[in-house]
Design a protein around this ligand. Structure first.
Ligand code: SER
Length: 314
């Protein structure tokens, strides 16, 4: 019987660890190989160390494990990407080009590339951002993801590689603290509330951004990858949406559960990054093409986050 064998790069990250679990539930534990440049600090077996810049090793792993699908998540995020722009470009774009080339040569059946709201810029319509719109990203992370989307589309058009992608909003999950992103505050704020600490927010109170609960993000990814190829009309990357809120709005919602919770706003360099993005997304193409539908709004997400994090942190 034909069995999928899945490779995840960046599998110890915020999204990777939860996606690995979701794919293992669907395909079986041994069918999903997690790889990362860091050893996991949780059970992520089967696992192999992999530096995605090492082309030879990427090829060997795909061959040795008989990989049929790739989820290429390894990347440096928007805020930490600004510390070393050339390294970020190398990791986010050059490594993508390498692995797309290998995927094509080795006949990979399906390839997933995570894009982001960071592809948008100040020339993009801010509200209900359409699927096709001007992209003038201001971060090197956004530049690499925009160019990455074009390469994905190119590999699909020219070599028929079945590449699929979504532009994730900020992802909120209880499984881990994200690192290096501009939307990280929306996870950190829960940890402070539950520990009874005051939260110092690095974005201003009214900075609205598109966000999504991790349950929805993982389900979207698996549903997109499951659908028949002929339904996938976007081969750059699909807009994807669930909710939008500002730091003040999520704070008010958390206060419903923790009435004494306090917040301070001290915007840093990430404020400028956030302001270059848009505040809400039109994802009707995803909804039409592969029946995407989110389940969590702000209220439901906050309640579920608190339920899980209380158990974990107390
Ligand atoms: N969550 C990401 C970041 O903040 C955006 O894709 O960098």
């Amino acid at each position: 019987m034909y069995q999928e064998k899945i490779l995840i790069t960046g599998a110890n990250g915020q999204l990777g660890r939860v996606l690995a679990a979701g794919l293992r539930e669907k395909y079986g534990k041994e069918q999903v190989l997690a790889t990362d440049i860091r050893e996991p600090d949780f059970d992520n077996a089967p696992f192999e160390f992999l530096d995605i810049l090492n082309k030879k090793r990427v090829t060997e792993i795909i061959k040795d494990h008989g990989i049929t699908q790739i989820y290429h998540l390894a990347a440096i995020l928007s805020a930490s990407g600004e510390w070393d722009p050339k390294k970020t470009w190398n990791v986010n774009l050059n490594a993508l080009l390498n692995i797309l080339t290998i995927a094509d040569e080795m006949d990979i059946k399906r390839f997933f590339f995570p894009s982001t709201i960071a592809v948008f810029g100040k020339t993009t319509p801010r509200v209900n951002t359409p699927q096709d719109c001007p992209l003038l990203p201001e971060t090197v992370y956004g530049m690499s993801k925009t160019t990455g989307e074009f390469w994905c589309n190119y590999f699909n058009q020219r070599y028929k590689l079945d590449v699929r992608s979504v532009r994730y909003p900020g992802i909120i999950g209880h499984q881990s603290l994200p690192e290096g992103g501009t939307t990280d505050y929306a996870v950190e704020i829960f940890h402070a509330a539950i520990k009874g600490e005051k939260y110092e927010c690095f974005l201003g109170p009214d900075t609205r951004l598109p966000m999504m609960y991790i349950e929805d993000a993982i389900r979207a990814t698996i549903e997109l990858m499951d659908g028949p190829s002929e339904n996938i009309s976007v081969r750059t990357s699909y807009n994807l949406a669930a909710m939008s809120f500002s730091p003040r709005e999520i704070y008010e919602e958390i206060k419903q559960h923790y009435p004494d919770f306090q917040i301070d706003y001290k915007p840093d360099f990430r404020q400028q990054i956030a302001e270059s993005w848009t505040e809400s997304i039109d994802d009707s193409r995803a909804r039409e093409d592969w029946n995407w539908n989110h389940r969590y709004d702000l209220k439901a997400m906050v309640a579920d986050m608190i339920k899980h994090l209380r158990l974990k942190l107390n």
